[in-house]
Design a protein around this ligand. Structure first.
Ligand code: ADP
Ligand code: MG
Length: 292
């Protein structure tokens, strides 16, 4: 291909829905060899749907769902929206929660009526000393299907599970293949469980999976890769992803995500899918040939 100027690259990028912050971002993009991607909202649509409700104690399925969804009304997490919408679709009437608290990367806690409810991953249950051994095999079966399984505890005892599935974006698989063809190694970093993460990664041919990572760990992963001499791009959509985006050689914000993600990024993908990265990489290479 013919070398092009930064201005031309920026123009072509904008036409393709890729906003380029400055020449440096583009130049660094040409030297990147590793792409770290967040799962939820980046590889997947980020609009999960409720798929399963499992009752394990005295409470019925509807009661488990009512308690879970009542609590999630206080959360803005995509998982929360799926649980609330799922409850409404099933005609389950919601209550009002009190003492609501969101625990980053783990789940939510609060009170519904006179009961204390905890909803989230195994780490949250562990923090609340809730025994989940009896439910692990059920949770694993759901995860193997690529679903996110969440535990629901009532007054410190496991009451059930809810599961949601987040469809993979139609464009993701082809984009990952194109990124591989461009010589990039693709690592998925997610707060989600290992089994769920691996089910999704396997479908997409992702090279490496870091599961169960907290937002601070995503930044640590970027630092670790850069310390090894890799040029690292990081693509994410959430407020949680901002520190990692800022730490990467090139932060890539999914334009459909949080504003703070966009502010921390060198590139912003307006279309909200990875195809823009393939495009940006091509433009970056063409520009670099011109600079040299
Ligand atoms: P990701 O990196 O995939 O965007 P997060 O870091 O936001 O995921 O969340 C990690 C895990 O914490 C989720 O998979 C879920 O098990 C749990 N979690 C987080 N927020 C909530 C919530 N509002 N309700 C239930 N579970 C949650
Ligand atoms: Mg996310």
């Amino acid at each position: 291909a013919t070398p092009i100027s930064i201005t031309t690259a920026a123009g072509r990028g904008a036409q393709a829905g890729v906003l380029i912050k400055d020449a440096e971002a583009l130049e660094r993009m040409a030297r990147v060899d590793t792409l770290v991607v967040d799962k939820t909202g980046t590889l997947t649509e980020g609009k999960p749907k409720l798929t399963d409700v499992v009752a394990l104690g005295d409470a019925s399925e509807d009661e488990v769902l009512r308690l879970a969804a009542t609590l999630e009304r206080g959360s803005e997490h995509p998982l929360a929206e799926a649980i609330v919408a799922g409850a409404k679709a099933r005609g389950v009437a919601l209550d009002k929660a009190a003492d609501f608290e969101a625990v980053t990367g783990k789940g939510v806690t609060g009170r519904v009526g006179d009961r204390r409810v905890e909803l989230g991953n195994a780490a949250l249950m562990q923090a609340g000393s809730v025994a989940i051994d009896d439910a692990e095999s059920t949770a694993d079966a759901l995860r193997t299907e690529g679903k996110t399984a969440m535990f629901v505890a009532v007054d410190g005892t496991l009451a059930g599970l809810v599961a949601v599935a987040d469809p993979i974006k139609k464009t993701t698989e082809a984009a990952i293949r194109a990124l591989h063809d461009q010589g990039l190694r693709v690592i998925m970093a997610t707060g989600d469980n290992r089994r769920t993460a691996e089910a999704v990664a396997k479908r997409l041919g992702i090279d490496e999976v870091r599961a169960g990572v907290l937002p601070a760990d995503k930044k640590a992963l970027i630092d670790e890769l850069r310390a090894k001499g890799h040029g690292v791009a990081m693509a994410g959509d959430g407020v949680n992803d901002a520190p990692a985006l800022a730490a990467a050689d090139v932060g890539i914000a999914m334009g459909t995500g949080a504003d703070v993600a966009v502010e921390s990024a060198g590139l912003t993908l307006l279309g909200g899918d990875l195809t823009g990265i393939v495009r940006a990489r091509k433009l970056a290479k063409a520009t670099l040939r011109n600079i040299k």
